[in-house]
Write a protein that binds this ligand. Structure first.
Ligand SMILES: [Ca+2]
Ligand SMILES: [Ca+2]
Length: 245
């Protein structure tokens, strides 16, 4: 006995948060043709209209999360700061009351959510090399120790943080190390978080090495742009000389 009036509804406006304050200011443009997903009892998708509005109606009772589509490859914007008008978090997920800690939205036939808005800001991402750490002082041939390079994101949006550590001949890489998922390839350890990491985050890519012969070269940590352009490519490489034996 379903009718158009049964079931809950969740609606909102997608907009360009030009001044990046998380508030939908009157002069800020709406974003049409933006895909929003409703996930829980299957997956349903709608596009925002010319007025930026999207609406899910006749939602069956149950628990739901929302997803506001990734725009990084469309117009290099990212989900704006949550907690004010934008109910989606900085990774595009929507939970009860716009708070990931509250879990899914419980929808009943009486649910009428009208302001589940999604804001986007212009991403300015700056990945940069932060530091090189050698865990043994005055290493000698035969020693085993760790070398780490760290990279960070000081932009205004989450980004796929990555780092490549390059070591000179004479240092044999025995294993990868550090918190960043990585793999060894020749004299390099190549690390990458596929999931975007938030601004301010610093992560380490490293190696356990053995000194197999005298070393005279440099350690290099380098980060490469992720899904967004890097506003300052000049700080992406850090090197440190190393001489052993
Ligand atoms: Ca604003
Ligand atoms: Ca940079």
């Amino acid at each position: 006995m379903a009718s158009a009036d049964q079931g809950g509804s969740i609606c909102g406006t997608v907009w360009h948060d030009v001044n990046e304050d998380g508030v939908r200011d009157a002069n800020e443009p709406v974003i049409p043709n933006h895909l929003v997903g409703l996930h829980g009892n299957g997956d349903i998708y709608v596009n925002s209209g010319d007025d930026g509005r999207y609406c899910f109606t006749n939602i069956a009772e149950g628990d739901y999360t929302l997803r506001s589509n990734d725009r990084s490859l469309l117009d290099q914007t990212s989900w704006t700061h949550p907690g004010r008008d934008s109910k989606f978090d900085e990774y595009g997920a929507g939970y009860a009351a716009g708070d990931p800690n509250q879990g899914p939205i419980h929808v009943t036939e009486k649910t009428r959510i009208d302001d589940y808005d999604s804001g986007f800001l212009d991403a300015r991402v700056d990945l940069h090399a932060v530091q090189i750490i050698v865990t043994k002082q005055n290493p000698q041939v035969g020693d085993v120790f760790e070398i780490y390079g760290s990279v960070g994101n000081s932009g205004n949006a989450p980004e796929q943080l990555n780092g490549t550590l390059t070591l000179p001949e004479g240092l044999t890489i025995l294993d990868r190390a550090g918190g960043m998922p990585s793999y060894v390839q020749g004299q390099q350890v190549i690390g990458n978080f596929y999931e975007r990491r938030f601004a301010g985050d610093v992560e380490f890519v490293g190696a356990t090495v053995r000194v197999d012969k005298p070393v005279n070269g440099e350690i290099k940590i380098e980060t490469f742009r992720g899904v967004f352009p890097d506003v300052n490519p000049g700080n992406n490489v850090l090197t440190q000389p190393i001489s052993i034996g």
